[in-house]
Ligand binder design. Sequence first.
Ligand code: NAD
Length: 414
Amino acid sequence: ALNAIADGIERRAEDLAQVETCDNGALLRSHRRGVMPRAAHNFRFFADWLGRLDAGDLEISGHREQVSWAPSGVTAVITPWNAPLMLATWRIAPALAAGNTVVAKPPEWAPLTASLLADITAEAGLPDGVFNVVQGTGTEAGAPLAAHPDLARVCFTGSVATGRLVAAAAGAQLTPVSLELGGKSPLLVFADADLDLAVRHAVGQYDNAGQVCLAGTRLLVDERIAGEFTARFLDAAAALRQGDPRDEDTDMGPNITRQHLERVDGFVRRAVAAGARPLLGGTVNADLGGLYYRPTLLADAKPGSEILTEEVFGPVLTLQTFSGEDEAVALANSTRYGLAATMFTGDHDRAERVSARLVAGTVWVNCFFVRDLRAPFGGAGLSGIGREGGTWSFDFYGDVKNTVYAPEGWRSDG
Ligand code: NAD
């Protein structure tokens, strides 16, 4: 059934991509090339991994201990709007693979692909009641779901503020929760880095109009190369095409709602009022109208200020410089988040040294966003609780069980 769901997503990928773009404004080309294939892969991967779950037998004084993963029950999956189908399927697929039933609560700002997924799961032959979608706002649908006493697991992806509410509601029932929350990730550029590569990835942080939990929004650059880096960054950013997300040539689409656009603009206005200096952008793109925010780069923000510590979730990056590894690490770790960190360096030893000191669930060295589904994913600090991926997913969604067999010849009669 899981593979049939993957087939269904692939068959309807163009529909899903178009609907998702109309719903949340993210690029159609990304939905076509990256998101929909990944959504299908989520189901194939966990279907396949189910057959590979094996902790190996343990042996103690002749007894054999066998680990297995039993279904745990009803799983709630509450998800945000920035990558609706991808984020939902990354939780729904392993929950179903573990033998659970699922109640999904999609984001009210981008609810449509979840309902299409329900059509696809029905076509794939899932029995009624195995995959369910409850549409509605966070208050009306999300909160009662998270607090429901019959749940076995609660998966939440979204903001820290809502994560706290969901964890508290689940905690009242002692329902295990997996939280994937926000980020304020650093992108470090050491003086020995391949600058072209670093600049390309730094500008790439404007992807999805900055509405990406993993985005490396704090650019931390060795002071010796900061001038050269900034000049090249501004050149590369000037080439970004902002416009209709359905157009194949568009690099940056709009933000999702006026309310969110105003929130992003509020962060920038307060930062500038507090002394930050825009090197790029800093305003709504009035030429385009609609909900487009200009790609923005802010320098000279005060240490500890809001723009350096709080998640903006828009196309807003900050630039800070460092002198030496210790300062780089201190700046990188100077928020309460710990979702990801990205670094560019030509020195492998430095990469290992710095990676060991960074507080982050994922560290990318000279690359970004690559992630195999076998690997653990999750955040440290305020960025979340728990790890999923490969067997880690089954450890969360399943009830892990140990069965101990007595030695051969256990009968008392000999
Ligand atoms: P949000 O917390 O406002 O909403 C997320 C979901 O929770 C929505 O479906 C919403 O309806 C629901 N919800 C709201 N109030 C609720 C309540 N009281 N009880 C239960 N559910 C409730 O987040 P958002 O604005 O939709 O998404 C953006 C946030 O998500 C950012 O912080 C971003 O970093 C984070 N995010 C994290 C990851 C990750 O993997 N760590 C991935 C994507 C997005």
